[in-house]
Design a binder for this molecule. Sequence first.
Ligand SMILES: Cc1cc2nc3c(=O)[nH]c(=O)nc-3n(C[C@H](O)[C@H](O)[C@H](O)COP(=O)(O)OP(=O)(O)OC[C@H]3O[C@@H](n4cnc5c(N)ncnc54)[C@H](O)[C@@H]3O)c2cc1C
Length: 311
Amino acid sequence: MLDTLERAGVQIPNVCRSGVCQSCLMRARAGQVPLAAQNGLKDTLREQGYFLACQCQPEDDLEVVLADEDAVGEIPVQLIGVEQLSQSVMRVTLEPQQEFEYRRGQFINLIREDGLRRSYSLSGCAANTDGILELHVRHIPGGAMSEWLMQAGPHQQLRVHGPYGSCFYVAGKTDQALLLIGAGTGLAPLYGIACDALAAGHRGPIHLYHGARNVNGLYLVDRLRVLEKKHPNLHYTPCVLEQENAAATEEVAVGSVEDIGLAKHVNLKGWRSYFCGDPGLVNRMRKRAYLAGASLADIYADAFLAAAKPA
Ligand SMILES: Cc1cc2nc3c(=O)[nH]c(=O)nc-3n(C[C@H](O)[C@H](O)[C@H](O)COP(=O)(O)OP(=O)(O)OC[C@H]3O[C@@H](n4cnc5c(N)ncnc54)[C@H](O)[C@@H]3O)c2cc1C
């Protein structure tokens, strides 16, 4: 439907065109919405006939309208600051201008004044954020949003649409073991989830593995080490693919983050796992965790898909 509407000159907001970012939300006023077009939507939205245009292949006539502003959940935010966390990763902070309920680990669509939009995960620790939204954005040279953010001064007005996704800490099973594996800015949601688990008094072990190509790609290392000292059930392992002398040290493991994480935990029966970042890594980890005994209901994942070009 998205392709058809665009060909007919109708502009529909969209980013991933894969059913993840939910930017192309629409509502059917009449006709039968295919179930596949409602995958991942909240029950309340499904019941009202909302669906994702990029996933919709109607089998019959459908009368459709753009989603109401209320259903989309879009709010104005002000850019507070951009701070380098590493050579290529920025901490971007935003102040919501209206009440905004979310869980760290979920993601939002960040919308610039000219309509450019990209998805980013919500990070940070409740103790430090004080109502401020924290994102970790990797600078992609030539990237429309990340390059603009690098140079954007404070007080810029943006909009945030969301939050989306189920990748967040759920209180209740405080003794359950948690496995958190991510690469690059995949650490953003995982850091938020680990902080929320600790703040909620989670007692089970929390194993966090963060992968990067080399040590320059790691970030928040000191902050995580401090957190690890304070909470004996948090185990943080930074991993790099390349190291100058290729030797693992006590501080940094050498190898792929997924192999290192799974070699340490061969039986994931009863564990809750979170995988974020590179889509290839996330898909492989989902399968590997399931094969290692994790129940599908206990696997949460967000693949950081790049924005798709229109068909
Ligand atoms: C659910 C979700 C959560 C996300 N969370 C985060 C997050 O927390 N932090 C974050 O930094 N990003 C995250 N992303 C990715 C983010 O939405 C953008 O795709 C990314 O910031 C690049 O946007 P851009 O406008 O700077 O680059 P674009 O202008 O979209 O792309 C410029 C060029 O770079 C290529 N490109 C885009 N992304 C990558 C990449 N990762 N690696 C290599 N080449 C790339 C594109 O194919 C294109 O050729 C997430 C994506 C999704 C779907």
